[in-house]
Design a protein around this ligand. Structure first.
Ligand code: PMP
Length: 394
């Protein structure tokens, strides 16, 4: 009776895990170390909040201009040119949307019922939300154990696909796809005329001078970029992002899609976004303060987990705020399929450490767990590592 596409959407397992943690904490009085969510612990920088209040005080409370306000679009064009090295973008190439989430949803909708491919592990929302909603035939291409790309597998699957979903910096591994990797991936897509959906949600969260390389800067028209304010500016609750397409006709389709489902992003939110992007002095201050903290946490997570006998970490995360170690050493043989994928997750949960189990990110890496350090401070990380060590070895 109802639409299958709507019925097939499921609650993100990450949200389900968070609810379970809350329930368990209440029942047992235990204080959990929360590594499960990609929420940001910092507050939105004050200069951005002030810009929104100013816009409200100016009375910018009416229906928004469809596709986005020119003030924000101008700031985006400037940012794409200087930060992403993406040139030649005009306001008709940009559509302002309600966060990366809506941007990705619109692109998946454009390729409704088509074959799409993506590297696994893959962000759970792609699997639980966009794919069923757009009835996508989604094929997962496993990354290698060191998270490198297997180009033979990619080429095999991409031949008859319409779309490649590419996320860099990568959730859940913290990998940054290098310039060389992206050039090779784009080459394969060009060969078979496949569109690329470039999800750059974590573009600013990169470590040790390793820079994000935007696929959009390459000379290939069929790349659609999706960007968000959520992570860079600690604006997860504002719901602000944008789609960029070099093809203006496609951008117009996204504009109509956004208009149909939301009638646009509030103008005062867009003014705050414009200020976030164009006040470079304040941006530098706040983003670098976030980064300083993330790097300390990343190092503590990496060193702490690596020092636990049997935990495998192929490389140090280079970006985003996740780490995705392999715990297969700790899984006993002969378990049922469901016990198998939850074994270590449950063990850590019992020890008061909340994570996300590997199967939330697709068919591969079932014995990995994702740890987010976006809301945990150094002290909590250290306590978490102590609990993990105890749970696995005592
Ligand atoms: N892409 C990835 C890989 C993400 O992890 C997220 C959020 N966790 C998003 C996009 C979307 O974020 P938002 O909707 O808040 O912009």
């Amino acid at each position: 009776m109802y639409s299958k596409a709507m019925e097939n959407i499921s609650l993100s397992p990450i949200v389900a895990i968070s609810e379970e943690v809350n329930r368990k904490a209440q029942e047992t009085g235990k204080d959990f170390i929360l590594f499960q969510r990609g929420e940001i612990g910092f507050s939105t920088p004050q200069y951005i909040v002030d810009a929104m209040v100013d816009a409200l005080n100016q009375g910018l409370t009416k229906y928004p201009v469809s596709g986005g306000h020119i003030k924000l679009k101008k700031a985006i064009i400037q940012k794409l040119s200087s930060f992403n090295n993406v040139q030649g973008i005009e306001s008709e190439n940009i559509v302002v949307v309600h966060g990366g989430q809506e941007g990705l949803e619109l692109v998946f909708q454009l390729f409704e019922s088509k074959k799409a491919v993506g590297f696994a592990p893959v962000w759970s929302c792609v699997l639980e939300n966009f794919v069923p909603y757009a009835k996508t035939n989604f094929v997962q291409i496993p990354l290698e154990a060191d998270f490198s790309v297997n180009y033979d597998l990619l080429e095999n699957e991409i031949k008859d696909a319409a779309l490649l979903y590419l996320n860099t910096p990568h959730n859940p591994t913290g990998k940054i796809f290098s310039k060389e990797e992206i050039e090779k991936i784009v080459e394969v897509c060009r060969k078979y005329n496949v569109f690329i959906l470039s999800d750059e949600a974590y573009e600013h969260i990169t470590f040790e001078g390793k820079k994000h390389f935007s696929p959009m800067q390459l000379d290939y028209e069929n790349i659609i970029g999706v960007y968000t304010f959520s992570k860079t500016y600690a604006m997860t609750g504002w719901r602000l992002g944008y789609i960029v397409s070099k093809n203006k006709q496609l951008a117009n389709i996204f504009k109509l899609g956004d208009y149909t489902q939301t009638a646009g992003v509030p103008t005062y939110t867009q003014f705050a976004g414009a200020e976030a992007l164009s006040n470079l002095e304040m941006e530098k201050k706040s983003v670098s303060a976030f980064m300083e903290e993330f790097v300390v946490r990343r190092d503590a997570m990496y060193e702490g987990l690596r020092a636990i006998d049997g935990v495998k970490l192929p490389c140090k995360p280079e970006g985003a705020f996740y780490i995705f170690p392999d715990f297969s050493e700790f899984v006993p043989k002969g378990l049922s399929e469901s016990e198998n994928k939850l074994y270590v997750f449950n063990k850590l949960m019992d020890a008061g450490v909340a994570t996300v189990y590997g199967s939330c990110f697709g068919n591969y890496f079932q014995h990995n767990l994702r740890f987010s350090y976006s809301t945990t401070n150094l002290k909590q990380i250290e306590e978490g590592i102590t609990r993990i060590k105890r749970a696995l070895h005592d």
